[in-house]
Design a binder for this molecule. Structure first.
Ligand code: TSB
Ligand code: ZN
Length: 587
C-alpha cells in the first residue's frame, strides 16, 4: 500500500479531492456544514454536518457523480489570504469554521482560503491548480463521527475517499482494499463463529465463541508446552490489584491514562490490571532465592484491561480486555545475555512454526541526551544495550535500532509483523527492566552471601492471544492448519442410510484419537454436502461409500484440493494424527 501521507504530491492530490467532495456535497445538500477534511494514510476523509441526514451507500454514488462533474468543470483552485477578523466575518454563519478560526495559533496572522468555482473552504493548502487534475478518485466508505471525537457532541457524517494520479494506481488500491475486506478477521470471525462483540458487554471486549475458544486453547497448549520445556513455571493471579500495588510499581504515575478508573470496595481502592508484572514481582518475593535458583521464570496467560480509545479498538487486534502470553524472568546480571538469547530463539522458533516470515526486530534504546525520560544509570544502560546488540548480532537476526524508544526502565526488543494486508502490528516483545525489582525490593542471595537485586525480563511471545489470533485469521483467511481448526474433519456418507453406520464408526475412531469430527448425514445430495464442507473451511473431508466399507478404507480430500486419496482407515488415522502432533503449519 502506498502511504499517501508520506508522498507530498499524493498528499496534495488527496487534500484537493477532499475539497472536491465538499464542493459536491454543498451542491447536493444545501445547508451542509463542513468540519475538517484531512489526508490520512490511505486517502482522505471529510467530516460533514448534514443535519438529520445519514449517508447511505446509494448517496456515495450520487456524490461521486457530482464530484466528477465539478472536476470536469475545470475550475482553478485559488488561494486568498485573510486576517483573522476578515475570516471570522467571512465564515460568521458557520459555527464549525468559526471554531477552527478561533482556535488558530496566535502567531497565525494570515488565514488562507481556497476557492474553486462556487465553493470556498478555509484551508492551509497547498492544492492542485485546477479541479480538472482530479481524475482518478473513488469514495470508499462512510461512518458516523462525533464532532471532535467526543460522544457528547453531535454525530457528523464522515466520508472517506482516495485519489491517485493514474487509473492503474487507483484500481490497484481498490483491489488491495477488496482483498483486505475479504481477509478482515472481523468478517471471517463472524462467518466462522470465532468471536463476537456486544454493546452490553462493551467496545473492545470480545467474547470468544466455542470455535474461537478451541483455537485459543490450542495456542495456549502449544506455547505452554514450549515454555515448560524451557523451565518456565506458570501461575494464576487475579486481574485486579490495589491502587497501592500500582503505586509501588510506578504504573499509577506513568501508565494511568491507559488504565480503567479506580473502584472502591469497602475501604480499599482497586484497579483492573493493565499489566501483570507487579503480581509476578510479589510471587517472586514470596520465597527466598539463592543465586543458584536463578533464572526464575514466571509465566501466566493473564487477562489485562487497558483503556484504548473507542475509535482505536478493532476486533481481536486491539482490545480493551486482552490475554497476554506473559512471563517475567528474574535473572542475575550475568544471565541477561543468555536469557535474552533464549527468548529471541523462542520467538524465532514460534515464528518458524507458524510460517511467519515477514517481520522486523526493533531494538529500542534510550536517547542518552534525554536524562529526564530514562532511569539514570549510564553504566547500566551502556552495558545492557551492548549486550542485547551482541546477542542479536550473534544470532544473525536482522534488526533496526530506535533511539529514544526504550522504556523508562530499560531497553527492549519488539517484533513488528507485516500481516497479509494492512499496516504492521507488534506481536512479540522482550523488555529489560532494572527498576521494578528495586521498587519491589526484590533480592537473591549471591555467591558471597550478599543480598543482590535481580534483573527482570518482561516477555510475551504471542503478545496477546487476541492479537495473535487476529493475525492468524488474516494470514490463513480462516483456513487454519489441521491442529488449530475448530472442526477438523467431516465424514460424508455417500448414501445417508446405507453408509451411515460405517461413517459413524470412522468418526468414532478419530474422535477417540482426539479429533474434532462430525458426520454429515443430512438429507442433501452428495455434491451439495461436499461443496458445503469445502466452503466451511473444514481441512479434511472423508467420503465413505460401498467401496470404502468393503476395503475398510476412507476417501480423503483436503480443503481447497480437487484430488482425493483412498487410504486404509488405520493408515489415514495415523497420518492425520502425525500431522496434528507435529503441529504442521499448512493451510
Ligand atoms: C510483556 N509488562 C509487559 C509484559 O510483561 C507488557 O505488558 N508489555 S506490552 O505492553 O508491550 O504488551 C505486550 C503485548 O501485548 C504487546 O507486544 C502487544 O502485542 C500486545 N498488546 C498490547 N496492547 C494490546 C491491545 N490493546 N490489544 C491486543 N493486544 C495488545
Ligand atoms: Zn511485564
Amino acid at each position: 500500500m502506498i502511504n499517501i501521507k508520506e508522498d507530498e504530491h499524493l498528499n496534495t492530490l488527496n487534500h484537493s479531492c477532499a475539497h472536491l467532495l465538499a464542493q459536491a456535497v454543498s451542491h447536493l445538500y444545501p445547508g451542509a456544514k463542513f468540519w475538517v477534511g484531512p489526508v490520512i494514510e490511505d486517502g482522505f476523509y471529510y467530516d460533514i454536518d448534514l443535519g438529520d441526514k445519514v449517508i447511505t451507500e446509494d448517496d456515495l454514488a450520487v456524490i461521486e457523480k457530482e464530484m466528477k462533474k465539478c472536476a470536469k468543470s475545470a475550475k482553478n483552485i485559488v488561494r486568498h489570504e485573510l486576517t483573522k477578523e476578515e475570516a471570522l466575518e467571512r465564515f460568521k454563519d458557520d459555527p464549525y469554521k468559526v471554531d477552527l478560526i478561533e482556535r488558530m495559533d496566535e502567531n497565525e496572522t494570515v488565514i488562507s482560503c481556497y476557492t474553486q468555482g462556487d465553493f470556498t473552504d478555509l484551508c492551509r493548502g497547498p492544492h492542485v491548480e485546477n479541479t480538472k487534475l482530479l481524475k482518478h478518485f473513488k469514495l470508499i466508505k462512510f461512518s458516523g463521527a462525533y464532532w471532535k471525537g467526543d460522544a457528547n457532541n453531535k454525530m457528523l457524517q464522515r466520508i472517506y475517499g482516495v485519489c491517485y494520479d493514474t487509473e492503474e494506481e487507483l484500481q490497484e488500491h481498490l483491489k488491495m482494499l477488496e482483498e483486505a475486506k475479504e481477509r478482515d478477521h472481523r468478517k471471517i470471525g463472524k462467518e466462522l463463529e470465532l468471536f463476537m462483540n456486544h454493546p452490553l458487554v462493551g467496545a473492545g471486549m470480545p467474547m470468544w465463541l466455542p470455535n474461537g475458544a478451541i483455537i485459543r486453547k490450542e495456542l495456549e497448549n502449544y506455547i505452554y508446552a514450549k515454555e515448560r520445556a524451557l523451565g518456565y513455571q506458570h501461575v494464576y493471579s487475579p486481574c485486579v490489584g490495589t491502587v497501592n500495588l500500582y503505586k509501588t510499581s510506578g504504573h499509577w504515575d506513568h501508565y494511568k491514562e491507559n488504565m480503567f478508573p479506580m473502584m472502591k470496595v469497602d475501604n480499599e481502592e482497586f484497579v483492573l490490571r493493565p499489566m501483570n508484572c507487579p503480581h509476578h514481582m510479589l510471587i517472586y518475593k514470596n520465597k527466598l532465592h539463592s543465586y543458584r535458583d536463578l533464572p526464575v521464570r514466571i509465566g501466566e496467560f493473564a487477562t489485562d484491561f487497558r483503556y484504548e480509545a473507542s475509535g482505536a479498538v478493532k476486533g481481536l487486534e486491539r482490545v480493551r480486555c486482552m490475554c497476554q502470553n506473559d512471563a517475567h524472568l528474574f535473572v542475575r546480571p550475568d544471565q541477561i545475555a543468555s536469557e535474552f538469547e533464549k527468548v529471541v530463539q523462542l520467538i524465532l522458533d514460534v515464528y518458524h512454526d507458524f510460517g511467519i516470515k515477514d517481520y522486523k526486530f526493533r531494538l529500542s534504546l534510550r536517547d542518552p541526551a534525554d536524562k529526564e525520560k530514562y532511569f539514570d544509570d549510564d553504566q547500566m544502560w551502556n552495558e545492557a544495550e551492548s549486550r542485547l546488540r551482541e546477542v542479536l548480532n550473534g544470532l544473525g537476526v536482522e534488526y533496526f535500532e530506535a533511539i529514544g524508544e526504550a522504556a523508562f526502565y530499560g531497553p527492549k526488543l519488539d517484533v513488528e509483523v507485516k500481516p497479509a494486508v494492512g499496516p504492521e502490528v507488534t506481536l512479540s516483545t522482550c523488555q529489560l527492566d532494572f527498576l521494578l525489582p528495586r521498587r519491589f525490593e526484590l533480592n537473591y542471595i549471591d555467591s558471597n552471601g550478599e543480598k543482590t537485586v535481580p534483573v527482570v525480563l518482561h516477555r510475551a511471545i504471542f503478545g496477546t492471544f487476541d492479537r495473535f489470533t487476529a493475525f492468524l485469521i488474516e494470514e490463513t483467511k480462516g483456513n487454519f492448519p489441521l491442529w488449530l481448526s475448530p472442526e477438523q474433519i467431516v465424514v460424508i456418507p455417500v448414501h445417508q442410510e446405507a453408509h451411515l453406520e460405517y461413517a459413524e464408526k470412522v468418526a468414532d475412531l478419530f474422535r477417540q484419537a482426539g479429533f474434532r469430527i462430525h458426520v454429515d448425514s443430512r438429507n442433501e445430495k452428495l455434491g451439495f454436502r461436499i461443496r458445503e464442507a469445502q466452503t466451511s473451511h473444514i481441512p479434511v473431508q472423508i467420503v465413505v461409500g460401498e467401496g470404502e466399507i468393503a476395503a475398510n478404507s476412507v476417501n480423503i480430500r483436503r480443503y481447497g484440493q480437487k484430488e482425493s486419496l483412498s487410504l486404509p482407515l488405520e493408515e489415514a488415522l495415523a497420518s492425520l494424527k502425525k500431522e496434528v502432533e507435529e503441529k504442521k503449519y499448512v493451510h
